[in-house]
Design a binder for this molecule. Structure first.
Ligand code: 13P
Length: 252
């Protein structure tokens, strides 16, 4: 069965509540007929407001991070139950900014992945190499290690809740996109890894997004590749005029 394209917007640390409401409303009206699976991940402070705007629309609500614990004395953290309470259905975990700026390890990310899945929260698990790792010919190894560690203890029966986002760190926010060929090659490696970790069927079914300077002018080339099933979009998800053409690329 063909994989459904999945377009997601990671708003990162942008948008006040009122700005978020405006953008979400524009997206709801402009994306009502989109055929791709859609998600937007506003900052925590805007989740509740955006939840009201996107309810009864095809746009799913995502969060950008989550605590590795159920509850308790964890100052500054937000739990899976709190996210679910405001209507979040998807959580982005292991984003490179969490890994490299805030020091999140594979082990911590794995705890979050397992906790989210235990609560039937969908997960977008991000993997990707730094420029130094790519130049040292280590991209494939790094991505495979992040996958294996991030999904340690996750059963094949839980994979329907998992999406992988390949985001090469050197392409994020830099305007440097991986070429469709380079991205597809890593996506193929990710898919193969699912084959060895799980099964050929799991590999075939896995939705793998590309992220890193995705724009309206490069989405078509990326989506033309057989192993690229969608996009995790940063900067271009902050305006309807740039996110809508990406989210509806297949109708252009
Ligand atoms: P940009 O699209 O701004 O490069 O960000 C990509 C990203 O990190 C999405 O999670």
């Amino acid at each position: 069965m063909a994989r459904t394209p999945y377009m997601a917007g990671n708003w990162k640390m942008h948008k006040t509540v009122s700005e978020a409401r405006v953008l979400a409303s524009e997206l709801v009206s402009e994306l009502s007929g989109a055929s791709a699976k859609l998600m937007i991940a506003p900052p925590f402070t805007a989740l509740s407001a955006v939840s009201q705007v996107v309810s009864d629309s095809p746009i799913r609500l995502g969060a950008q991070n989550m605590a590795p614990e159920e509850s308790g004395a964890h100052t500054g953290e937000v739990s899976v139950a709190m996210l679910a309470d405001v209507g979040v259905e998807v959580v982005i975990l292991g984003h490179s900014e969490r890994r490299h700026v805030y020091g999140e390890t594979d082990e911590l990310i794995n705890r979050k992945v397992k906790l989210a899945l235990a609560h039937e929260m969908e997960v977008i698990l991000c993997v990707g190499e730094t420029l130094e790792e790519r130049e040292g010919d280590r991209a494939e190894t790094v991505v495979q290690e992040q996958l294996a560690a991030g999904l340690d203890g996750v059963g094949e029966d839980q994979l329907s809740l998992v999406t992988i986002a390949y985001e090469p760190v050197w392409a994020i926010g830099t305007g440097r996109t991986a070429t469709p060929e380079d991205a597809d090659a890593i996506h193929q490696i990710i898919r193969n890894r699912f084959s060895t970790m799980y099964s050929a069927q799991a590999a075939e079914n896995m939705v793998i997004q590309y992220g890193g300077s995705v724009k309206p002018n490069n989405i078509v080339g990326l989506m033309a590749k057989g192993n690229i099933d969608g996009a995790l979009v940063g900067g271009a998800s902050l305006k309807a005029e740039t996110f809508v053409p990406i989210a509806t690329y297949d109708r252009t």
